[in-house]
Ligand binder design. Structure first.
Ligand SMILES: [Zn+2]
Length: 243
C-alpha cells in the first residue's frame, strides 16, 4: 500500500496551473495520485478549433489526460457537471459523489481550491472547494451517506492559496498559507502539463510571465486533520502521515 493523494478540481487545466507542482512532486515520491475533475470545460473562453461546446469538451478531455500523464497522475476522472454552472448543482448530490469516491480511494491527503476561487475568482472553484470540504468531513462521519461505503478519515485536507494577485482582475480573498511547497524541481513539468492543454495556449501565454515570477512555490492552507493542534508552517503535504 502506498500513500494516496486525491485532488478535486473544477476544470481541465486546474490540475496543472493550481496543483501541478504538488501532484508532480507526489508522483515522483511514488505516492498514488488521483485527480477528479467535475466538468469537461465546455464554457472555456479559448476554444481551439472546436465548433461546438461538445467538441470542446471532447478536446479538453484528451488534453486533460495528456496533462495528467505528464504530471505522473495514476488515476484521473472527469464527471459530467456543467462548466460555469457548478453553483447551481445540487449540493447534497455533488458532495455525495465526492464522499463515495473518497470512501473508495481512501486518500491520506486531499487537495482542492480555497473558497476565494483562486487567482481568477472563478465561482466553480469556490463550489468545488465547498463540496470537497464538506465531502472530506462527511466521508469521515458514520451518520452521513450510510449507503456509500465505510467511513474514511482523511489525514489532511489542504486548500490551495496564493502569495500574489493577477493584475487587472478582481482580487480574491485568499486564506493564509500554512504550507510552502518548493516546486522548482518540477516547475518545467508543471508548464509542460499546461502546454498539453493546446486549446488554452492563449491563456498560458498570459500567465506564463506570472508563473515565472511567482511560480517557484505553491502555497496551501491546512484545513482539517484528525488531531487538535495549533497552525504551524510546513513544507511537506505528507509530513507526519504514516501509511
Ligand atoms: Zn478552473
Amino acid at each position: 500500500m502506498s500513500l494516496r493523494l486525491l485532488c478535486i478540481i473544477a476544470h481541465p487545466d486546474d490540475e496543472c496551473f493550481a496543483f501541478g507542482g504538488a501532484l508532480a512532486l507526489a508522483a515522483a515520491r511514488g505516492i498514488h495520485t488521483n485527480v477528479l475533475c467535475l466538468t469537461d470545460g465546455q464554457a472555456g473562453s479559448y476554444r481551439g478549433d472546436s465548433n461546438t461546446p461538445e467538441q470542446l469538451g471532447i478536446l479538453r478531455r484528451s488534453e486533460f489526460a495528456a496533462s495528467c500523464d505528464i504530471l505522473g497522475i495514476r488515476h484521473h476522472e472527469i464527471l459530467d457537471y456543467h462548466d460555469a454552472q457548478l453553483e447551481y448543482a445540487e449540493f447534497s448530490k455533488l458532495a455525495g459523489e465526492l464522499v463515495q469516491r473518497i470512501r473508495v480511494f481512501r486518500p491520506h491527503v486531499v487537495l482542492t481550491f480555497g473558497m476565494d476561487g483562486a487567482p481568477n475568482t472563478h465561482p466553480d472553484h469556490t463550489v468545488v472547494s465547498a463540496a470537497t470540504t464538506a465531502a472530506v468531513h462527511w466521508a469521515a462521519s458514520p451518520k452521513r451517506y450510510k449507503d456509500l461505503g465505510p467511513v474514511h478519515i482523511t489525514q489532511r485536507l489542504f486548500h490551495q492559496t496564493q502569495n500574489f494577485f493577477l493584475e487587472g482582475r478582481p482580487q480574491p480573498l485568499p486564506s493564509p498559507w500554512t504550507l510552502t511547497l518548493d516546486i522548482r524541481s518540477v516547475f518545467h513539468q508543471k508548464i509542460d502539463a499546461f502546454r498539453a492543454h493546446a486549446s488554452q495556449a492563449p491563456l498560458l501565454a498570459q500567465v506564463l510571465p506570472v508563473f515565472e515570477q511567482h511560480g517557484q512555490d505553491e502555497f496551501y492552507t491546512l484545513m482539517a486533520t484528525p488531531h487538535t493542534q495549533p497552525a504551524v508552517q510546513s513544507t511537506d503535504l505528507f509530513e507526519g502521515i504514516i501509511e
